[in-house]
Design a protein around this ligand. Structure first.
Ligand code: GTR
Length: 387
């Protein structure tokens, strides 16, 4: 019994700052070979591609660039949705490769009032499908579509299960049917990569929809969806703003802190999220050639907003903030102003007027109306007020 107790203590999650191990983060602005990165050109041509490849190979898996064709079918259109406030479009985005196809179902409300084209918010929905009910019979603060539309933005969502169902036995049954070679590769894409891939296909659709200002799309994801949103926004520079809500381990939080969820824990519980190589870093974070501050740095110079929730220690609020602070090094190359202070702000004190934004909401792990209000403020600042 003594041995068993000892064993379980060793495996228990750490929630104490004093027990965070000493760690050294890989430098955002230093190449693998030790060369310093001093300007935008070497960042964009050398370090950024290097970091992307390190994340593909060691964490999220490859991002397949090629499909044979893509089609967009509007399956339902309601001109006077939301009591006349919005036009509803339900769109099926179909990707084809080697005679196989996969569908992403998009729900999109476009405000009727402001002049077109409009900026948009896109949510990667990882929770109940009813959160994005197109009929609005069910409403949810997880996707407060009326509030977003009322603020002058189009609001869209797709569900992760279209891209990759969220279980280890079924994740193959989405877009991975088009890319079977990924299932065999140690650096092959799995569910999180597939969700990010789908977000980029929605961006392809936005570029074709004249009602949408595709240069002003803010991508939002919560928790596992926030990991996918961060990865999508890191690679696909068409996303103008990236919002990583309570994304935690292998999202915004630093893995080396081993605070709350750890790499081993996430790989054991969700073996279908990250590539096979990532399992080598179970209880071995120091060997990772990246940490999550480098993921956020890839979003530079585009605005990024990270959130935590005060009771969501599993997702390491402090580690998410330090990660954002470290990512600032890439923003500095572009002289993009940041209002981050060395210590995290108080609870419910959002940092909005900054290229790197952050809040720590009072309460539990969730995506709420409070979070969305701040996302809208952040987008207002960057899309209209600041420019
Ligand atoms: C948890 C998981 C987290 C986070 C969360 C969620 O079980 O450990 O990494 O993704 O689920 O998606 O709500």
């Amino acid at each position: 019994l003594a041995f068993f107790l000892c064993f379980t203590t060793a495996q228990a999650q750490n929630y104490e700052e004093s027990k965070v191990p000493a760690y050294t983060l890989p430098e955002v602005l230093k190449m693998e070979d030790g060369t310093a990165v001093r300007n935008k050109a070497s960042w964009e041509n050398k370090r950024r591609p290097e970091i992307l490849r390190l994340f593909e190979d060691n964490v999220y898996g490859q991002m397949p660039k090629k499909h044979d064709s893509l089609s967009f079918t509007v399956t339902n259109e309601v001109p006077n949705a939301m009591d006349g406030m919005a036009r509803l479009k339900e769109v099926t985005i179909t990707a084809w490769k080697d005679k196989k196809s996969a569908d992403i179902h998009l729900t999109l409300f476009i405000p009727t009032k402001p002049k077109k084209p409009v900026p948009a918010f896109l949510l990667i929905n990882n929770r109940d499908q009813n959160n994005t009910d197109p009929t609005r019979a069910t409403k949810s603060d997880f996707w407060p579509a009326e509030m977003v539309v009322d603020s002058g933005y189009a609001v869209a969502a797709f569900h992760v299960s279209d891209a990759a169902p969220d279980t280890k036995d079924s994740y193959q049954n989405g877009i991975l049917r088009l890319y079977p070679e990924q299932l065999k590769a140690d650096n092959g894409m799995k569910a999180i990569g597939a969700w990010a891939w789908a977000a980029s296909r929605v961006m392809d659709y936005f570029e074709a929809d004249k009602d949408i200002d595709a240069r002003k799309v803010a991508l939002v994801g919560h928790s596992r969806g926030g990991k996918a949103a961060s990865w999508a926004g890191a690679q696909d520079q068409r996303f103008a703003i990236v919002i990583s809500n309570n994304s935690g381990n292998t999202g915004a939080a630093l893995s080396r802190r081993r605070f709350g969820e750890t790499v081993k824990k996430i790989n054991d519980t969700f073996p279908h999220w990250f590539n096979d190589n990532y399992k080598k870093y179970n209880d071995n974070e120091a060997a990772l050639p990246v940490d999550q501050h480098m993921l956020l740095s890839l979003i530079a110079p585009r605005p990024v907003y990270v959130t935590s929730a005060s009771e969501d220690l599993w997702a390491d609020p402090r580690g998410s903030y330090i990660s954002l602070l470290q990512a600032q090094k890439a923003y500095n190359l572009y002289k993009k102003p940041s209002a981050l202070s060395p210590e995290p702000p108080a609870i419910n004190s959002p940092i909005i007027n900054s290229y790197l934004g952050y809040h720590n909401r009072e309460g539990k792990h969730n995506l709420t109306a409070y979070d969305w209000q701040n996302f809208i403020q952040f987008a207002d600042y960057h899309f209209t007020k600041q420019k």
